[in-house]
Ligand binder design. Structure first.
Ligand code: KG4
Ligand code: ZN
Length: 345
């Protein structure tokens, strides 16, 4: 079969990224231009600034990616772009760029769900063997899904309130750690110890997650200690919070191992960069003799290579988009799952 090259574009949040991906698993070239330093001065992503910066950066990123790959747009087979979920203004910059490239070079346009991108980051340099269990731990979502193929997915459970990434970021903010919060909590927790008692999330026998109770407990703990004039040991709070949150993820993954007997397990989403989470899931998989895979760090956080990887199964089934494609800010993977179910039938 002829090799398939996909030019992928990702602008859903504060990274402008493009990549050329071969056959859904090999990165020919990738560029990521992060706006993190700019947003850090505001303590979080400012949507208006993000879209303006994408507009400034997108052609630079395109030129750089083409130069690194030594290819032209005319050499690729399709243009893929993240259309949801994310910041509307940011997504629109990527979508308009993709439409123009698709029109001018007469290449099919592929609309990719960002969360599916995080899952398919596991396909880069690695074979995803089905059926597999995937735990998605991102800024917007926490889902546990069983995949029988790229087109046949069952959602086992999701967070009924906050996503795990949101809670990491909130805890970081309460502790006065700089943006982006998650990696800073991760680092600080390495120096912490089990001193504070935090409640365990209470959802017992199903696959759904709940993190809002834990979030409130951390906020109350910090405020109470401050009111009493006690010095808060930030590293211990980070350690105890991280343990409680990751323990909740572990319980649900273990339940899925026991109930489904699945033998392949992947981690996906920005929080999968967390060192302690990677270790806990790796140890649990060893215990159950399950093959475990997590992307290398540069493919855990937002990047266009994962969008090119997720676009490949869509390319194979010729699931192309028209030029009415628009951005969607809130869009969980259930929409993708439902679309695929109907498509396969
Ligand atoms: O998956 P992602 O790009 O967000 C969405 O697509 O929704 O991930 C961003 C999230 C943020 O909440 C960030 O704080 C968190 O991932 N994150 C981490 C780490 N690195 C990124 N959380 C904990 N530990 C990390 N090392
Ligand atoms: Zn993301």
């Amino acid at each position: 079969m002829k090799d398939v090259f996909i030019l992928a574009i990702e602008t859903s949040c504060d990274e402008t990224s493009m990549a050329i991906v071969k056959n859904g698993n090999e990165v020919v070239a990738m560029t990521v231009l992060s706006q993190m330093d700019t947003h850090a001065t505001f303590g979080g992503v400012v949507p208006e600034i993000a879209s303006r910066m994408h507009t400034e950066n997108i052609t630079i990123v395109l030129e750089e990616t083409l130069a690194k790959s030594q290819m032209n747009v005319s050499d690729v087979d399709a243009i893929a772009v993240t259309y949801a979920p994310g910041l509307l203004g940011s997504l629109l910059v990527g979508i308009e760029c993709a439409k123009v490239l698709s029109m001018v070079y007469e290449k099919p346009l592929i609309a990719v769900n960002h969360t599916m991108g995080h899952i398919f980051a596991n396909q880069i340099g690695n074979e995803m063997r089905y059926p597999l269990l995937s735990l998605i731990v991102s800024g917007g979502h926490t889902d546990l899904v069983l995949m029988y193929s790229p087109y046949d997915i069952e959602i086992l459970g999701s967070s009924i309130d906050d996503s795990i990434g949101e809670v990491f970021d909130k805890v970081a903010r309460v502790l006065g750690l700089p943006y982006p919060g998650g990696p800073n909590v991760d680092r600080l927790a390495l120096e912490g110890a089990e001193t504070y008692h935090l409640p365990k999330p209470m959802l017992q026998n199903d696959y759904n997650f709940s993190f809002s109770g834990l979030k409130s407990a951390v906020i109350n703990l910090v405020h109470n200690e401050e009111q009493r004039g006690n010095e808060i040991r930030k590293s211990d709070v980070a350690y105890c919070f991280q343990n409680a949150a990751i323990d909740e993820l572990k319980r649900k993954v273990e339940l899925a191992f026991q109930k489904t007997g699945v033998k392949e397990f992947i981690l996906a989403g920005g929080v999968s960069a967390n060192q302690y989470l990677r270790k806990v899931m790796s140890d649990l998989s060893n215990e159950y003799q399950v093959n475990f895979h997590v992307p290398v760090l540069k493919y855990c956080t937002d990047n266009a290579a994962m969008i090119g990887a997720a676009a490949y199964p869509l390319y194979l089934k010729k699931i192309f988009s028209n030029y009415e494609l628009n951005a969607e800010s809130a869009c969980d993977i259930s929409k993708y799952v439902q679309f695929m179910k109907e498509f396969i039938q």
